[in-house]
Design a protein around this ligand. Structure first.
Ligand code: NAD
Length: 487
């Protein structure tokens, strides 16, 4: 079979409707959205464009399924997740191809996302049977204090386009484990992966109505009625801080449980005792994963002044050697940005860097031709430049310098974001001191990739609320009920 034919067959197997109560159907209004390949601008498939009525129908199904789903045994829920894990692993190449095609990242990176995404299914299949409570005597000894866990209830899940499979499994897997029903709204830019995953979950035995999926081009308008509906009990959102703020405000009406995985502005600190080979590789990993379109992407490289020259030279050499092209082509290391707006933003940020005294060491331009490509870019700029306060979300690595550890920590913390951060140093005392003072939810030490299904992922300050993954992840979908028991 030719590669083109295999691709057509795979696309033909992606459901394109809304999934409500176990049935794929068209959107009520009949509207459709074209999903584009960002490497070519070509429409891959059209999917149903749901509206508020579709969302409410999805919540009807989720609310109706909640009680019976909560009553299923943890082992049964675990088995569904385990079967889904096996199936995602079996179809890893299909998922990787689909991610690269609708989102743009190179195939090797998509394969990495599939492994990461699948791990949430396996991890939470193992967590489901371990949901537990506690028993203790009251301090005065007069009664027993019991705690038990119950699923939060129907949950609205809103996911971004940059990790179309992992952002879905990181929410869906703990919700399944906890016994919550769901309405998933994937990004309208990359819905295909989520739609295929939802279909796979049905086949793995997830009962009708537990997971409902509606893609929409009018996210605000379509989801608002759900946030005001008393049957909804939780909102979990991954996306920009700007949209997170709007949603938090809307969620306050019903005092919804909320989990917010928002934007980041990760500092990457390189001290004078760092192993520079490790630091350059770590910076490449932290900067270029997903072409810089990751909430964990290194946004500000802060390098000790004594090694800044050498670090800049090595990083520029590595960045300028990266192969840019469509993610599905062999050997490509850097794919396109998601859309034309992202390219405009990268150009604007390079201009802003120059205006603030920055010097471009390599790259700095959009790549002419089809698709939304931008050159891997390294620039030197003052560590206090205003443009680095913004989330770059592109392949631009701005290098600033510092002289003292206190200065490095102060610069790192001078952001309203607090998601990921990175430290490169071989001095354990320094590492511990800096790690304890960094105001970030996550710190990578001598490594540029920190995401792991077994670790609590999340941010502080305006980067969010709550944690996904790890032992903490399932708690986001559980309520604690306390029972006071007099003997
Ligand atoms: P976005 O905020 O524009 O959109 C995220 C999702 O929200 C999409 O599904 C979108 O359709 C939906 N949405 C937009 N407006 C809405 C509204 N008014 N009401 C309801 N839903 C709405 O973000 P994006 O561009 O898709 O993703 C990039 C952002 O996501 C970056 O800021 C990145 O840092 C962040 N992100 C964070 C994490 C994390 O775990 N902290 C992970 C990935 C991405």
């Amino acid at each position: 079979m030719t590669a083109e034919r295999a691709a057509d067959d795979l696309l033909a197997g992606v459901p394109t409707g809304v999934l409500i109560d176990g049935v794929w159907r068209d959107a009520r209004g009949g509207a459709r959205i074209g999903v584009e390949d960002p490497s070519t601008g070509k429409v891959l498939l059209e999917v149903a464009d749901g509206d508020a009525a579709d969302m409410v129908a999805a919540l009807d199904a989720a609310a109706a399924a909640q009680a019976s789903w909560a009553a299923t045994s943890p082992r049964d829920r675990a088995e569904i997740l385990r079967r889904a894990f096996d199936e995602v692993v079996r179809r890893a190449d299909d998922f990787a191809w689909l991610i690269s095609t609708e989102m743009g990242k190179p195939l090797a990176e998509s394969a990495g996302e599939v492994r990461y995404a699948a791990e949430f299914l396996r991890w939470f299949s193992e967590e489901a049977p371990r949901i537990s409570g506690s028993w203790r005597r009251s301090p005065e000894g007069t009664s027993r204090l019991l705690t038990m866990k119950a699923p939060v209830g129907p949950t609205l899940m809103i996911t971004p386009w940059n990790f179309p499979l992992a952002m879905a499994t990181r929410k869906v897997a703990p919700a399944v484990a906890a016994g919550c029903t769901m309405v998933l709204k994937p990004s309208e830019l990359t819905p295909l992966t989520s739609l295929l995953f939802a279909d796979l979950l049905q086949q793995a035995g997830l009962p009708a109505g537990v997971l409902n999926v509606v893609t929409t081009s009018r996210a605000g308008e379509a989801t608002l009625p759900l946030l005001g509906d008393p049957r909804l009990r939780k909102l979990t959102f991954t996306g920009s801080t700007a949209v997170g703020r709007i949603l938090l405000s809307a969620a306050s009406e019903q005092v919804l449980r909320t989990s917010m995985e928002l934007g980041g502005n990760a500092p990457l600190l390189v001290f004078d005792d760092a192993d520079l080979d490790v630091a350059v590789q770590g910076a490449l990993d932290a900067k270029m994963r997903n072409v810089g379109q990751a909430c964990t992407a290194a946004n500000r490289l802060l390098v000790h002044e004594s090694v800044a020259e050498e670090f800049s030279r090595r990083l520029s050499a590595a960045m300028s050697g990266l192969v840019v092209g469509p993610g599905v082509e062999p050997g490509v290391q850097v794919g396109p940005l998601i859309d034309a707006r992202a390219v405009d933003k990268a150009e604007r940020l390079v201009d802003a860097a120059r205006a603030e005294g920055g010097e471009v060491l390599t790259g700095g331009h959009a790549v002419p031709g089809d698709g939304h490509f931008f050159e891997p870019t390294v620039l030197r700029a003052p560590a206090t430049a205003a443009f680095v306060q913004e989330e770059i979300f592109g392949p631009i690595a701005p290098i600033g310098t510092f002289a003292e550890t206190d200065e490095a920590v102060a610069l790192a913390n001078s952001s309203s974001y607090g998601l990921a951060s990175y430290v490169f140093s071989r001095d354990l005392s320094r590492v511990l001191d800096v790690v304890e003072r960094l105001e970030f939810g996550m710190v990578g030490v001598n490594q540029g990739v920190i995401s792991n299904a077994a670790a609590p992922f999340g941010g502080i300050k305006q980067s969010g609320l709550g944690r996904e993954g790890g032992a903490e992840g399932i708690e986001e979908y559980l309520e604690t009920k306390y029972v006071g028991l007099a003997p």
